[in-house]
Design a binder for this molecule. Structure first.
Ligand code: SAM
Length: 231
């Protein structure tokens, strides 16, 4: 399979210059040479077939041979989640990208213990790009700024098919009437407080169980992502 590279300002035709991490990947990791064919995507649906024209010290120039625009996936999948400790959030981001999640929203709830700092956003964006390259996804996963639970409930849940993962809820069952925009929420290690669940239910959200075992945050997120993207 042809190797893929990311360039946010990809045009329909002409030439394109890859620099920074993308040039490093092409020149030093893959050791590609002039004449080789690659694929470039802009993370917003445009995909181009291209040929390497020149490899220079710090960048590489490529000729676009053809390009097309891929339409967005039919279903928008939004997941608001408490942030797990250490590297587990990076893993959650990588796997959510592979499974087609549209947007991740780091949440602060009453029992949150990890402060989901925005300062890690650039590292997380690179993880998204790498996962898109590997999985051949052409729309980047969006990582929103951190949201307080009440803001998430008031701004994101209304108007969408919305589900709160909660061990005492009814077993999760997505229905064919679910809207094209579906939103899930996953709580912290200590779980959601009853009043937080009630606040979400008041907007029309359903509390749903993912089975009898208590899952870690990232496992619950991926179970929900798989149900929505495959179901
Ligand atoms: N003791 C906590 C509770 O009772 O909610 C467990 C928290 S669990 C480690 C972290 C989050 O994952 C939960 O807040 C919930 O959103 C989700 N979760 C984990 N296992 C689940 C299950 N079996 N059913 C529904 N949600 C689950």
């Amino acid at each position: 399979m042809v190797n893929r590279f990311f360039h946010p300002q990809l045009l329909e035709s002409g030439t394109v210059v890859l620099d920074g991490l993308e040039a490093h990947h092409l020149m030093h990791v893959l050791r590609a040479s002039a004449g080789e064919h690659v694929e470039i995507f802009n993370g917003a649906g445009r995909v181009a077939q291209a040929q390497i024209l020149a490899i220079r010290k710090r960048d590489a120039e490529l000729q676009i041979l053809s390009s097309h625009h891929e339409t967005k996936p039919e279903r928008e999948i939004i997941i608001g989640t408490a942030v797990p400790k250490g590297d587990r959030f990076d893993w959650l981001i990588e796997k959510s990208t592979e499974l087609g999640v549209t947007r991740l929203i780091p949440l602060v709830t009453s029992r949150s213990v990890v402060d989901p700092r925005d300062s890690k956003l650039e590292k997380q964006r690179q993880a998204v790009i790498a996962a898109c390259k590997q999985s051949r996804r052409n729309y980047l996963l969006e990582i929103s700024h951190v949201m307080a639970w009440s803001d998430f409930v008031n701004a994101v849940l209304p108007g969408r098919s919305s589900y709160i993962a909660h061990p005492t809820g009814d077993r999760l069952k997505l229905v064919s009437g679910d809207s094209a925009s579906i939103v899930f929420a996953v709580g912290p290690e200590g779980g959601f407080k009853d009043d937080e669940v009630a606040m979400a239910i008041a907007t029309g959200a359903k509390a749903v169980s993912l089975g009898p075992c208590i899952l870690r945050i990232e496992t619950a997120v991926l179970a929900l992502a798989a149900c929505a993207s495959l179901g």
